[in-house]
Write a protein that binds this ligand. Sequence first.
Ligand SMILES: Cc1cc2nc3c(=O)[nH]c(=O)nc-3n(C[C@H](O)[C@H](O)[C@H](O)COP(=O)(O)OP(=O)(O)OC[C@H]3O[C@@H](n4cnc5c(N)ncnc54)[C@H](O)[C@@H]3O)c2cc1C
Length: 386
Amino acid sequence: MTAPTAFTGTNGVSADVCVIGGGLHGCAAALHLAMRGKRVVVIEPHYPGRFASGVNAGGVRRLGRDPAEIPLAEASLEMWNNIASLVDDDCDFHACGQLKIAESEDDMAKLEARAGLVRDLGYDHERTIGREKLREIVPDVHPRAVGGLWCEGDGAADPMRTTRAFFEKAVATGVAFRLGERVTGLRRLGGQWRVETGKGAVTADAVLNCAGAWGDVIAGMMGDPVPLEAHALTMMVTERVRTFLTPVCGLASRKLSFKQTSAGTLLIGGAHLGYADRDSGVAEPDPLKMAISAATVSDAFPLVRNVRVARSWAGLEGVTPDRIPVIGPSHAADNAFHAFGFSAHGFQLGPVVGRLMAELIVDGKTNLPIAPFGVSRFAGQIRSIA
Ligand SMILES: Cc1cc2nc3c(=O)[nH]c(=O)nc-3n(C[C@H](O)[C@H](O)[C@H](O)COP(=O)(O)OP(=O)(O)OC[C@H]3O[C@@H](n4cnc5c(N)ncnc54)[C@H](O)[C@@H]3O)c2cc1C
């Protein structure tokens, strides 16, 4: 992707809503707000998708989610299934399914317990499968694998293409982007917010914090302490090989996220941590963790043992102590809102959280439950940074 040039629309200095951060969540919220008739300015120091949203694994996954996230993930999947009607691009979304593989009977018991929990909550999207069905779905899995947890409607999309599509549709809907500017301060002035950047200020009725791994910094400016850690999540991509893998695969007891792209390359992740320096915005893979990741995937799928790794990278992601995001109004300030800290699984939620933030800001309430994600759950906790 070529980096889009910064521009300031006529409404670039005053707005109904100022969105802080131009990742997928900032772009999605800005789009939905503009669709509801709001004048929106997004402030982004780099370009849309520069951090987590542009470099993630592209997994569109309901499988294994925290129960609080399931209603949102279900609604988001519906939006993914019609994503072109929202952003004029299919974002390369394909519902190839997501699978968690049991490598032992103990693993299988764990997956059965999980499927039971999801069923008890009233959902049926996660189903256990036995040896035979597993081999039908992934014929090349190691012979010792005994079964799995299968989530058929899940899938994957292209992360940068998705973020770009939301950005472009937001622009086409009237959103002004101030790229190359960083929010350095927030002040209340005569019932409005004055959002300071190194290059001027934006005045807005409401502010929305979509600053990803820096979300706690912006939350601090609003008076909401959040103990967020910046994690460097590592990914690897291999040379092209013949097509052999359809779904996105993980393992019940070991870290792995494994898929084959339409180009034939293998994308390997699984939340292995590299080195994060969020002050400089740098995330580097840890070679030792990459070796562990390569050994894990070669063990689970022996046919990839001699495939060469072409490239590796790491992306910065904001992770909360309870591994669920902060979504909702500020506890301390009026007309201030948060959507950050997606803790390694916010890509799938992008479409629906954008809609929910627009509902919250325009209607004062949301059509899906967001109470578990409230910022006040961290009141009294000390801020720590990895
Ligand atoms: C390697 C990796 C793999 C992942 N795999 C998956 C997956 O398969 N499935 C899934 O669902 N999720 C996955 N995730 C998580 C997902 O990518 C994130 O949860 C999601 O992209 C977060 O989007 P965001 O818009 O909140 O954050 P970001 O995309 O990080 O955007 C935040 C933006 O805020 C801007 N910003 C920061 N400070 C300021 C400031 N002071 N002023 C203005 N702007 C500011 C930044 O420049 C940045 O562009 C993965 C993440 C990584 C890193």
